[in-house]
Design a protein around this ligand. Sequence first.
Ligand code: CTP
Ligand code: CA
Length: 222
Amino acid sequence: GPVAEAPRPLAGRHVLITAGPTHEPIDPVRYIANRSSGKQGFAIAAAAAKSGARVTLVSGPVNLPTPPGVTRVDVETARQMAAAVDAALPADIAIMVAAVADWRSAGEATQKIKKDGSGAPPPLQLVENPDILATLCKSDRRPPLVIGFAAETNDVIAHATAKLARKGADWIVANDVATHTMGGDINRLHIVSAAGVESLPELHKDAAAAALIEKVVDVLAR
Ligand code: CTP
Ligand code: CA
């Protein structure tokens, strides 16, 4: 018989997603990074596309295939990610999953930094990167639904609740990276919003993504 058409509850919506780490160059051969694999963000992009959304995925350096139906923009640094997010607006929903490097080197060396023989390490000055999520929330092009992520090792809900207010996001999705190591396939998400905390069970990142997108669809339908 005829194949039933999959429901497309996000048809006509533009979903903007950031994923992966950023790499902040120190010199031509070295950079500052973190352990983000990009898996959860890519899974969310795939789930949003499956639900019929137009999806822009701004990705830091990861080793993952682009999900079907997703427009991918590759970036390296936090500042490039900020520019790519801005260029992708307007969006109906923003989901900022990227583990943006908090700091970059104050002055990127144009040549490889060499040991000088004294045994003393080079002074590495750091400066804070722009906060892409907080900037988006304050912008006059703020999407109607903005979702941040927070990887925490301790006091997960308390830190996420503080971030919700500090960033101006509608939801902060917290995950405990002490029990679920970054880079793994399983996640336990806690969705923190003004309505309270909804904790999902331990799920494969694909299933966690589907559950999050289902909640987005529910909220938009209200
Ligand atoms: N984020 C961002 N730009 C940054 C830092 C963070 O857009 N420069 C976003 C992340 O993508 C995530 C949310 O902000 O959606 C929370 O990131 P997190 O690193 O947990 O927050 P920070 O404010 O950097 O706090 P912390 O000191 O705990 O790292
Ligand atoms: Ca951070």
